[in-house]
Design a protein around this ligand. Structure first.
Ligand SMILES: Cc1cc2nc3c(=O)[nH]c(=O)nc-3n(C[C@H](O)[C@H](O)[C@H](O)COP(=O)(O)OP(=O)(O)OC[C@H]3O[C@@H](n4cnc5c(N)ncnc54)[C@H](O)[C@@H]3O)c2cc1C
Length: 204
């Protein structure tokens, strides 16, 4: 086959490689094969949200919300998680969510074996371009469980916040609001403008 002037003597359809479809649940999270369809991913996330502790699946629930409104069912039945990521199209929905969830990619090449890449802004080098080398294929995407942030005694916070909201009696209208942040500057910060704007507003 000739593609963009380069002759390929062998072409492999990734969709027919069964290993690339595998979904494996482990102690740290789930590993999703690169050609797993978005519909299969959605089903896995639905099952996790249904059957696992809510604390561990907060990230999966966010991913599920994204998948529910991503394109339409026909597209989700065909589109794969791997190519959605590697398309490096900033309008595609999954990369921002997967990056926020601390996902990693397992990629492989014939010459250099397997390596792990963090899914963050450094993966994307331009519109439609990624840091994958030309000879690398994506094997799977690791999506970790959410970790409940448990604060220990004597652990200084990085950032802290205090908030008090008072509603007008018998209504959902904000009567007064105080929001303070610590650890974001040299002194305590009051989020004054936001508080002022929200007073008098109704909260759904
Ligand atoms: C009408 C329409 C609406 C859409 N709307 C949205 C939307 O709202 N939100 C959104 O996020 N996305 C949207 N998409 C994009 C969609 O989700 C898919 O990501 C995109 O179409 C890629 O499709 P595909 O997975 O079938 O890959 P294909 O189009 O089949 O691309 C395959 C390419 O990827 C290469 N490839 C395959 N597997 C690998 C691998 N493992 N490693 C390296 N390269 C590999 C192949 O060699 C080939 O070049 C939309 C798409 C369409 C057509």
């Amino acid at each position: 086959m000739q593609v963009k002037g380069v002759h390929h003597s062998l072409v492999i359809y990734a969709g027919s490689v069964s290993d690339l479809h595998t979904v494996t649940w482990g102690k740290d999270g789930v590993s999703v094969g690169a050609v797993c369809t978005l519909s299969s991913l959605k089903e896995e996330m639905e099952r996790a949200a249904r059957e696992m502790e809510a604390e561990r699946t907060r990230g999966y629930q966010a991913l599920l919300q994204t998948l529910q409104c991503l394109a339409g069912k026909q597209i989700r039945n065909m589109a794969t998680i791997g190519v959605n990521i590697l398309s490096a199209n900033p309008k595609y929905d999954l990369n921002s969510v997967l990056a926020a969830l601390d996902c990693t990619l397992q990629v492989q090449s014939k010459e250099n074996g397997t390596r792990e890449i963090t899914l963050n802004e450094e993966l994307f080098t331009g519109f439609g371009k990624t840091a994958l080398r030309p000879d690398e294929v994506l094997l799977s995407i690791d999506i970790p469980y959410s970790k409940p942030a448990q604060r220990r005694e004597f652990a200084f916070s990085i950032v802290n916040a205090g908030m008090k909201v008072v509603f007008r009696k018998g209504s959902n209208k904000v009567e007064s609001l105080n929001i303070y942040y610590g650890g974001v500057g040299p002194t305590l910060v009051k989020v004054g403008h936001t508080c002022q704007k929200l007073v008098g507003q109704c909260v759904d």
